[in-house]
Ligand binder design. Structure first.
Ligand SMILES: [Zn+2]
Length: 112
């Protein structure tokens, strides 16, 4: 079973560490060459997925159904791969979890 997961993951991990772009919907990260060559996003199925190179943090997900990291980051049910933790465009969204980290940090600072 683990080998099958690895085989499936192979198609959906970046083929190099430069020129990476994340899908704006599901946040899966692939190289810009891969985005050009694939027919659609492996999760969203969009024929022309919107991608961005402005992302922060990466997390690798193997078993998105059982991983608490996947659950916490809302990657449940997605294909195994490398995912962006935060997209630049979401930074100022007050509803996002990323900003709750920032608020907590700010609160800690106020105790100084
Ligand atoms: Zn996607």
């Amino acid at each position: 079973m683990a080998n099958r997961q690895l085989e499936r993951a192979d198609d959906n991990v970046p083929d190099n560490s430069r020129n990476l772009e994340a899908c704006k919907d599901c946040k899966i990260i692939l190289s810009s060459n891969q985005w050009r060559s694939i027919k659609s996003c492996p999760n969203c199925g969009d024929v022309t997925p919107e991608t961005t190179s402005n992302f922060g943090g990466m997390v690798s997900v193997m078993d998105s159904k059982h991983s608490w990291v996947a659950r916490y980051n809302e990657f449940q049910g997605l294909v195994p791969g490398i995912y962006a933790i935060q997209l630049q465009d979401q930074q100022h969204n007050p509803e996002s979890k990323e900003n709750s980290y920032e608020r907590e940090e700010l609160n800690e600072d106020s105790y100084d």
